[in-house]
Design a protein. Structure first.
Lengths: 261, 316
């Protein structure tokens, strides 16, 4: 699904969270949004998911204004997931992942059908969380939980996948595995994936397109090698870095603390 | 059956069975049975209503300690009732009006607790503490109003304060059945159990599944208030059922899928209240001191259960 964002603005009270964002997002690509805390990454993702109402501008999904979609239609198309979830009344992992299938139910199909179980089974195998299904959400580690959250996001079989910081709690092995899976899935099903990331190295490996944001604006946009330059990162993050190319276009950004000169 | 046979006059179970099935029934046995049957049915229905209110309340509060009594809904409902009695004594003759007033009181309690909790930062502790503050204030108020009510008319108002099925009338069975059935049907048809499953995880998670939270959470709060109001109007304040029943059913079922726990909680709640009602009548027989309020029995059992939950919750 092609996403076209046209002159999008969003204000929280008087603070500008998003300031005239114009962006095209292609299907079959992994698009990463990077930028310092408060740059507007989450606001942009939530706006695409219609969880936040923009103050100005519009978002087109396959040429149709997202405001014209019914909430139930959007719920089938778009998955949005945060890094963590509330676990106050802990349910079973399986029950949680099955909630992702609710948009496909109605009053007559109150409980999960065979198709729902099949999808959930496939997704859980792919993300290696099948052995956790019988546990309660408060009995898994935060890294395991993060894979469960991504499994729930994919269990919708969405056309648009929006992930907010999917790698924050993962160890290095699962960072690669999970993002690798997301990337493969994006290519295979030709879906539109947008990920908000902090890790610049992962960004350079797994993203087709990088959007660098700062203060609610898009500062730079393009392929990882175009965007991840010493100068751009210094300007946006206020940190001196040295980017080291490690082959295949992947980049490691080594920070140089300014007080050491 | 056990519940029908126990009381100030013990009627052996076989006589109860014979009478209910219409085999053999002496007139005084029939009279006692009719009275106790009403009590038992009212206890069943009130328990079901309170437990359903409890399970939904815990969901919308995302807090395993939430319950209509703890969050102040029962006390505000009772205060509304006593104010109504003081303004116009005749309201007690109109049961549906009485229930409506209690519902408005409960709804007021819900919003008051929510507002207080939001002002205090909307953490799970602030919610419970706000509820305790509201409960304390309004149970104090309703106790004070009790004295005025007692001057006005000879009404067993004290039973409402502590909860009792002894003041229930035969017609109350219809009112309670209709209320409970309607609330359960609305809850299930509007998909509230599923909403709660998703809502427990987070606001945005539920919204990206297409749920309109403002509408559905308000609807759920209305259902809780209706159920609480209806029971308070008929049996008074029966505490902790809304807390214990959802926990017991979750433990029994090993799941917190609201599609199942809602209905199972209501059954567990019914049984708990009937058992508590039998307990209160047994106490009456054993101590020979007249009627023991039902709410006292549920508090004695329920409060340690709450303490247990706090300890288990605090260790995590």
């Amino acid at each position: 699904m092609r996403i076209k964002i046209n002159n999008l603005s969003l204000n929280y009270d008087s603070v500008k969270a998003l300031d005239s964002i114009t962006l095209d997002i292609e299907p079959g690509n992994v698009t990463c949004i990077i930028g310092p805390n408060g740059a507007g990454k989450t606001s942009l993702l939530k706006s695409i998911a219609s969880l936040l109402k923009p103050t100005g501008g519009s978002i087109y999904l396959d040429g149709k204004d997202s405001k014209l979609y019914k909430p139930k239609e959007l719920a089938k198309i778009i998955s949005y997931s945060e890094a963590q979830i509330t676990r106050s009344i802990p349910m079973k992992v399986l029950d949680f992942i099955l909630t992702a299938r609710y948009p496909f139910h109605d009053v007559l199909h109150y409980f999960e059908g065979g198709r729902d179980l099949e999808v959930v089974n496939d997704v859980c195998n792919e993300l290696k969380v099948t052995h956790l299904l019988d546990r309660r959400l408060d009995e898994v580690s935060s890294g395991e939980l993060q894979r469960i959250i991504i499994a729930a996001a994919l269990a919708k079989r969405p056309k648009v996948l929006l992930l907010d910081e999917p790698s924050a709690y993962l160890d290095i092995r699962y960072r690669f595995e999970v993002l690798d899976h997301v990337r493969r899935y994006t290519k295979e099903y030709n879906i539109t994936t947008v990920i908000a990331l902090h890790d610049l190295h992962l960004t350079s490996i797994y993203c087709d397109k990088v959007v660098l944001m700062s203060g609610g604006r898009i500062v730079a946009c393009g392929s990882p090698s175009e965007v991840l330059t010493d100068e751009a990162i210094r300007n946006v993050y206020g940190v001196e870095v040295m980017t080291i190319a490690v082959g295949n276009g992947s980049v490691i950004a080594v920070p140089k603390p300014s007080n050491l000169g | 059956m056990v519940s029908v046979s126990v009381g100030s006059t013990y009627i052996p179970l076989n006589e109860v069975y014979a009478c209910i099935t219409g085999l053999d029934c002496s007139s005084n046995v029939r009279y006692v049975l009719q009275y106790r049957l009403v009590r038992t049915l009212v206890a069943l229905l009130a328990g079901g209503a309170l437990a359903t209110a409890g399970v939904i309340m815990q969901g919308i509060a995302r807090n395993p300690l939430a319950e209509p009594y703890i969050l102040g809904l029962s006390s505000t409902a009772l205060t509304a009732l006593s104010l109504a009695i003081i303004i116009d004594v005749n309201v007690i003759a109109h049961r549906y009006l009485f229930m409506l007033i209690a519902f408005i009181g409960a709804l007021f309690g819900y919003f008051l607790t929510s507002i207080l909790s939001a002002l205090a930062g909307y953490t799970s502790n602030s919610l419970i503490l706000s509820g305790i503050a509201v409960t304390a204030f309004f149970s104090g108020t309703s106790h004070a109003l009790l004295y005025i009510v007692q001057d006005r008319l000879k009404f067993p108002y004290v039973h409402l304060l502590m909860g009792s099925t002894s003041v229930a009338l035969f017609n109350d069975i219809y009112y309670l059945t209709a209320t409970l059935a309607a609330c359960l049907v609305i809850t299930y048809i509007c998909g509230i159990p599923k909403l709660l499953n998703a809502y427990l995880v987070g606001d945005d998670y539920a919204r990206q599944l297409g749920y309109n939270l403002k509408v559905l959470i308000t609807l759920a709060a209305f259902v809780v208030s209706i159920l609480t109001g209806a029971t308070v109007a008929i049996v008074g304040i029966v505490s902790f059922i809304g807390l214990a029943a959802p926990h017991i059913s979750r433990m029994m079922l090993g799941t917190s899928d609201h599609r199942i726990t809602t209905i199972v909680s209501s059954i567990v709640g019914s049984l708990l209240v009937v058992i508590a009602d039998i307990g209160s009548r047994l106490l009456m027989v054993l101590t020979a001191r007249g009627e023991f309020p039902l709410g006292v029995v549920t508090s004695i059992i329920g409060a340690p259960f709450l303490a247990y939950l706090i300890i288990v919750g605090g260790r995590k």
